[in-house]
Structures are given as C-alpha cells and as structure tokens.
Design a protein around this ligand. Sequence first.
Ligand code: LLP
Length: 463
Amino acid sequence: MSRSAHPAGPRHADVMSDGHYLAPADDLNVLDQKVWSRTVTRDEHGAVTVGGLTVSRLAEEFGTPAYFLDEADFRARCRAWSDAFGPGADVFYAGKAFLSRAVVRWLKEEGLNLDVCSAGELATALDAGMPAERIALHGNNKSVEEIERAVAAGVGRIVLDSFQEIVRVAHVAQGLGKRQRVQIRVTVGVEAHTHEFIATAHEDQKFGIALAGGQAAEAVRRALTLDGLELVGIHSHIGSQIFDMAGFEVSARRVVQLLAEVRDEHGVELPEIDLGGGLGIAYTSDDDPRAPHEIAKSLGDIVTRECEAAGLATPRISVEPGRAIVGPTAFTLYEVGTVKPLEGLRTYVSVDGGMSDNIRTALYDAEYSVALASRTSDAEPMLVRVVGKHCESGDIVVKDAYLPSDLAPGDLIAVPATGAYCRSMASNYNHALRPPVVAVRDGEARVIVRRETEEDLLRLDVG
Ligand code: LLP
C-alpha cells in the first residue's frame, strides 16, 4: 500500500486521517516480504503459513489472539547483527522489546549480549542462563535493590543515568567489595525524527546526563574518583524507530568529542562507546529500514573518522537493537468478530484482542499492516479500521488499511511486525487475558509464554 497525495481527487472514503490517500495494494493476497517474517508465505490453499504451519491449525491449537514468533527469523536477525558488527564490536539485544527465557537462550546461543532495565528482566536473563558478564543494566531510576542484585550477579556493565546514581552504584559496589564496570549515559542534544514519546536525546526529558553545559564531563570527573566504579565508556541512545542515520552520526561525533575531552583532562582513553538502539523496521510497505551491515558500516566509519581526527584509538563500539531484531519476527493472529460498514466512511472490523495486546497504535499513532490470513479472496478491496474489543474508541489496532470486502466473522486476520513492544507492553485492561507467544520453527510450534487464564487474574485479586 502506498500513501500519497491522491492523483485524481480522492474519494471521500479513501482519505486517511492524516489527509493523505492510501491506495490499496494491487493484490491484497500478496504478502509484502518486507513486513512479514522470513518463513511466512501462503500455502497451496491460500492460507498464511509460518515455519511451515498454517494459521488455521495454529489458531485451533493455540487460540486467538496470539503472537506467533518465527524462531528461524529471530536467530537469523541475531546473526545478521553480530556478523555486521564483527568480533570487534558488541551487540546487546534490548530485552524491553520482548523477553522470555526462550529468547534469552536463543540470544546466548547466537552470541549476543543482553540489555535489561529492571529486576524482572534481570531475573529472566539470569534464570535462563545468560552469563552475567554479557548483561548490561539500564534504567533512569534503578532501585538500590536492583543495583545490588546486578552488582552481586556480576553484570558486565551498569549504565549510569544521573549524578545520584553514580554515587549509589559506587556505594553498593564498595559495600559488596567489588569494582563495577560502568558507562555514563549522555544526552547529546539531537532531535531524533520519531514520535515524541520515544525520542530520548533532546535535553528536556528524563534520561541521561547532558553533554551541554559540561554536565557529562562533570559526571566523568566524579565517576573516575570513586573506588567502586570502573568507568569503561560513554553511552548514548537517541530514540526509537529511526530511519535516518544523521542523528546517530551527530551522536557518535559528540560522544567522541567527550572522549577526547576526557583524554585531555584526565589522561584516560575510555575504551568503549555504546550508540544505543532505535533502528527502525518496516511496519508498512512504505518503510525502508537499512540493513544491519549498512548501519554497522556507517556507524563504524564515523567513529573511526572522528577518533582519527581527535588522535584517539578507536574504542570498542556497541549497539542495542531491540525492535530491529524481534519486531519483524512475529505477527499477531486475530479472529474477526463484528464487521460494521459505516456508509461513506469505512468498515470497522472488530477482532478478539485490541489495545491490550497492541497499545502502540493508541499510544504512538503507530501504523501497521494487516492481511486476511485464513484464505485468499478476489473480492474488491474495502477500506477498514481494525479495532479491538475494549471499551474505548481509541482501541485501534490498524488505523487505515484495505481488506477484501467479503471479510466475514470467523476469518483470521494477521497483523505483521508485532514482535517488539506488543507482548511486552500488553495489559489486562478490561480484564483481558494476555495472549501467548508461540515460537514456530521447522514445522513445530511451542508456547514460550502461555496465555493468561482467569485463574491468573483472580490469583492476584486477594479479595
Ligand atoms: N537501548 C536503550 C537505552 C533504550 O532505551 C532502548 C529503548 C533500546 C536500546 C532499544 O530500542 P529499539 O531498538 O527497540 O528501538 N515502547 C516504544 C519503544 C520504547 C523504547 C525504549 N527504549 C515503542 O513501542 O515504540
């Protein structure tokens, strides 16, 4: 589907909420490989399959709504990222995008490291056997208990986010008789071109310590004096779902400038820089993400160039992709319930999930694609809005899309690219039961996070 100014005057019904015209794809049955995981295709009967299993069979066995995660694709993406950056750099998967014990095991096997940002994520990582030295702890308000657990476990790095935290981590480490490896997270003052809620490098927000006004330099000064800390590098994360490399380049340049200042002032060359995550993925056919090797080359080139200019040895680079690894690997399968045509507007297609399994549309105005998955159809395209079953009109899963006009209750529809920040941000709103995550690989499917039950809900409600 493409979004453009309408060539010959739009039909009212096809003008999108953002004032543009959305053209239906030539053939709604064709799955654009850009937005679907690698093993997704249609079988000879037209049903969507993943890992060799058809959605109808998956729905029968696991129910709907459910997330189906293409394990082969996940592993291939891990390898693509680590091959692209090579042995001289480190790739940390950002667990907040989606974390489970199975995912931790895959990461471990594929040689990736792991970012966690809470005690719960840390517990999951350690429980599934991720070696502590391959774990980094993030967060703008880590509790003393979280810091203690991380230091005691021996995590490879803690990313310091404030002046108070510099002292807190140093104190905890000293108390445990340890010297904790740390990085300092700086805000580089870049306006990332993304939704305001997921931009993090401008100054007026809660993360990091500003480069501006010498604050980051002061943080380095303090960290270097504390016995409990081994300052190994500088960290910057500019935001999420970013396609334009320009923001990363500015960020890398400013971080290297700080390294040069640190060298000049303290005679110390910090050995690491982390440029964060935030690389965009294709949610619709209009999105054109860069391949990991292009990203690695562009970041590596800029860091090397800037370091040469500053007379610094090139530090070890690390990155923290979350969405770019897991996002494209899963789709959500829903069963169609009520189909409600609104004359002159569009057809509302209600599914058996909604904002409780995908809050991103409501929260960030995120765009998604959707396809009729249980069969193909030659019926005319109709403009739809896919909505959930929650008691809110903002409960939208896919705002603007086309589906075949013979869509009927009981059909299965699939929303691709829901691997990141959907299950991890899922809620029990309206006492919805959070859907399972089912990993599919080589003709086999297994539940890696089970569906919640009413017993789970009632167990928390102690009456
Ligand atoms: N590193 C740090 C320090 C981060 O804060 C994040 C994401 C990442 C890495 C991974 O970013 P990714 O590569 O996944 O974009 N819930 C929002 C995204 C919030 C991202 C928070 N931090 C969404 O659904 O778009």
